[in-house]
Ligand binder design. Sequence first.
Ligand code: T5A
Length: 216
Amino acid sequence: MMREELLRFIAFEGSEGAGKSTQIRRLETRLLSLGEPVLTIREPGSTPLGECLRRLLKESSPELAIAPESELFLFLASRAQVVRQAVQPALAKNSWILSDRFSDSTLAYQGGGRGFSPALLRSLNDIACAGLSPKLTFVLDLSLPEALARIAQRKRESGQGDRIEEETAEFFERVRSAYGDLARLEPERVRLIDASRSVDEVAADIWEIVSCVFGL
Ligand code: T5A
């Protein structure tokens, strides 16, 4: 296991459309410009098995009718795979890991959203993650109307939606509130970022925190 202080592992979390991928690209570019090795991954996905699971999990098909319990184990299976196949080898080479969602998504969506017990989810996450946790987690926080507007805009651009995006407003409010609880529970690791501002303003906040935490 890596020593905690050497972990250069950052996760980005938040509701759909909050700007996670946009901010990861910004941070990745900045770290690469400093000559740092960076591995960027997404969850679910980023391994051959994980990408198959991602397609299944995102597909909005009545025949699949994925039960909440099946959904939980599919997300965990993708995580178990990416930890062993990509994250652990990269950390062993002292690379940065930037992860578009990680274990906190399970606490927020399957815990807050679907109602599974947080204690149970933490135990399952421990198995999937081999005890690994990000050193720093940014939760990009956006109100539901703003998030829905960004999703609608992206849908118009790409023509693509997905299964979880079809959930109710109450579901997404519970997800947002679960992220808030995580930030209160672990304020050192989990940082709430106001994602309603411009891309540049959000990126500046993130860089300030990253450079302070990692001494850049
Ligand atoms: N899930 C995942 C679980 O339920 N449990 C789990 O354990 C895990 C791992 C994954 C789904 O699976 C669920 C959560 C999700 O429902 P996903 O595609 O990885 O799906 O996740 P999404 O959150 O849906 O990813 P998105 O691509 O929708 O959102 P992002 O990455 O947060 O947003 P981004 O950067 O693509 O930006 C969205 C749009 O907004 C614009 C961008 O240009 C883009 O058009 N934008 C801004 N506009 C104005 N101001 C800003 N500051 C902006 N930043 C970005």
